[in-house]
Design a protein around this ligand. Structure first.
Ligand code: THU
Length: 129
């Protein structure tokens, strides 16, 4: 059975418990659904050298790609802020590499909100393969 947006958000929330964000105290969780039905989670991982911090979305994408999965259907993103947390520009570009139209599921004070990369990141950068 297909995984619902609510289920994906709940998986992202569970993952968020593992966020490592001692500097910003802003925890982020992501859950990425692939075409094969697998879900890859990610959390933000901060560093004492702040610029080395990695976003939750990119952790999820890199985990998936490193496991041989590149076909992405949707990604759920949640944060400890509780309001809609859009992917940052760098994460949009990284998602764009694999799908220019991936669905993006957010939560705003308990309510599901849907958008997609076509809307958030039109005309991204891409090299010819
Ligand atoms: N962060 C993410 O994990 N994803 C985003 O799309 C935006 C920002 C993290 C990075 C940092 O650990 C914290 O949120 C505050 O910027």
């Amino acid at each position: 059975m297909a995984i619902s947006d609510r289920e994906l958000i709940d998986i992202a929330k569970k993952a968020m418990e593992n966020a490592y964000a001692p500097y910003s105290n802003f925890r982020v969780g992501a859950a990425l659904l692939t075409k094969s039905g697998k879900v890859f989670t990610g959390v933000n991982v901060e560093n004492s050298s702040y610029g080395l911090t990695m976003c939750a979305e990119r952790v999820a994408v890199f985990k998936a790609v490193s496991e041989g999965e590149r076909d992405f259907i949707k990604i759920a993103i949640v944060s400890s802020g509780g309001e809609k947390t859009y992917p940052c520009g760098a994460c949009r570009q990284v998602l764009y590499e694999f799908s220019d139209s991936i669905e993006i599921i957010l939560e705003d004070r308990g309510k599901i909100f849907k958008t997609d990369l076509k809307k958030l990141f039109p005309e991204g950068f891409r090299l010819k393969k």
